[in-house]
Design a binder for this molecule. Structure first.
Ligand code: SF4
Ligand code: SF4
Length: 433
């Protein structure tokens, strides 16, 4: 029997397993259970198995690996559980053991290497931009691309993001003076996120446009690195450790000079606000440094709605659009950070919003593993979301999350639903014209 390696980690699986009252309230909302109705792939099942693993009654064999890698980390179960059991976090924890035992696939290792090395990633993105038309059919309207042929990891007929000509971080100077009063001290920093930096660059352009209208001085910290979320969800804790600490050291150099670090991405902001502190639980000095940064880090719509006159500016434009917008709640926004009213409040100034039957249902993105070797699960989990978007007859689906964007754009393509995805920041900037 394999020796349990988790004695020093934060979560004690046995006590969490003991706290599970087996009520089953988590099962109907569980993303994986809804597409694979097996008790083992339910929150209650995961917790049971982790208890057995801690008691050394369960080997971390290939079957257990498959099971623990099938969780979407959507946190639906945490919201439904009467005891708030952190199923997502215990799964994240065991994935580190899985990565140590089985290693990490070469393409994920390459991806995480690039996330650590911004300059090489910039070069790869630039090369990707130059050569991508050889392998991709690009649809600029949808901001997605279809592979012209199948590869081992990515099959044909799958809508994917593609690289933009120049990354957001390389496009602008570091300091943008937008205030008209010389003495203005208000300043915000932008953390853009990797997908917004390389693929969906219009989000950052739109955020700059909004901040300019608000006359808020803006800093674009050039040395920001990935928040670490892709590696965290995959169990590559060495990469997470590296990225989190590099970012903390860097943020500390400017955090006192800005009112806020704003992020137009649910996953990055939840990672920095919540998961950094959890990740650093056994490194108290680093944990304290992360906790000092967190209060200044905000999702963009929440900060703009609560701290600026943006909504009244939007109302004053008298711009109204005929297109119907439906808003999807990213798991990392509503369930993790309680953010759902703010994007709707800003969008409703100029757009007609038609709610889908369950905006809170996970889109099925699930992370790097789910988007590669377990793509069949992500595809299946995406279909109900595409169907409920279709029912609204909306032409635009919006969510403040580029992972949701990648997944929902593909789900719409698979289900042949004619709707376009936009980040709310893009829609808000359009309304300010
Ligand atoms: S995080 Fe989501 S997919 Fe994972 S067990 Fe909970 S509800 Fe199911
Ligand atoms: S809702 Fe919570 S207590 Fe109930 S079965 Fe699920 S994990 Fe256990």
């Amino acid at each position: 029997m394999e020796e349990n390696k988790l004695k020093n980690t934060k979560f004690d699986y046995t006590s969490i397993s003991d706290e599970c009252v087996k009520c089953g309230k988590c099962k109907p909302v569980c993303t994986i259970f809804n597409i694979n109705q097996d008790e083992a792939t339910s929150p209650r099942g995961f917790i049971d198995l982790l208890g057995a693993y801690e008691r050394n009654e369960l080997d971390l064999d290939m079957t257990a690996k498959e099971i623990f890698e099938s969780c979407f980390l959507c946190t639906n179960c945490v919201e439904a559980c009467p005891n708030d059991l952190p199923t997502d976090m215990v799964i994240e924890q065991v994935r580190s053991d899985i990565a140590k035992k089985y290693g990490i696939a070469w393409y994920k290792k390459l991806f995480f290497f690039l996330l650590r090395h911004r300059k090489i990633m910039d070069l790869m993105s630039r090369l990707g931009y130059v050569f991508q038309t050889c392998g991709l059919k690009i649809n600029k309207e949808q901001q997605s691309a279809l592979p012209k042929f199948s590869l081992p990891i990515v099959k044909k007929d799958r809508a994917l993001p593609y690289a933009d000509a120049i990354s957001f971080l390389n496009k602008y100077p570091e300091n943008l003076k937008f205030s008209v009063q010389e003495a203005s001290k208000n300043k915000v920093a932008i953390f853009i996120g990797c997908m917004g930096n390389y693929a969906y660059t219009n989000i950052g352009d739109s955020l700059i446009k909004i901040l300019k209208k608000l006359e808020l001085d803006t800093v674009i910290p050039k040395k920001q690195l990935c928040c670490g979320a892709p590696a965290y969800f995959t169990g590559d804790f060495d990469t997470v450790d590296y990225l989190v600490k590099k970012n903390i050291e860097y943020f500390e150099t400017f955090i006192d000079d800005v009112d806020a670090i704003i992020i137009p991405e649910a996953t990055c902001s939840a990672m920095i606000n919540i998961d950094w502190v959890h990740f650093l639980h056994d490194q108290p000095q680093w944990k304290e440094r992360a906790a000092k940064i967190a209060p200044k880090v905000h999702m963009a719509t929440k900060w703009l709605e609560n701290n600026t006159k943006l909504k009244s500016m939007l109302e004053a434009t008298n711009n109204t659009f005929d297109q119907i917008v439906t808003y999807h709640d990213p798991c990392h926004a509503k369930k993790m950070q309680g953010i759902h009213k703010e994007p709707r409040a800003l969008l409703s100034a100029n757009y007609k919003i038609e709610e889908m039957s369950d905006p809170n249902r996970c889109c099925g993105f699930g992370g790097v593993t789910m988007q590669s070797e377990k793509y069949h699960l992500a595809k299946a989990a995406g279909m109900p979301k595409a169907a409920m978007i279709k029912e609204t007859k909306a032409e635009i689906v919006s969510a403040e999350c580029s992972a949701c964007r990648m997944q929902i754009t593909n789900s719409l393509h698979q289900a042949k639903v004619n709707a376009t995805f936009k980040n709310p920041i893009e829609l808000i900037a359009d309304a300010l014209d």
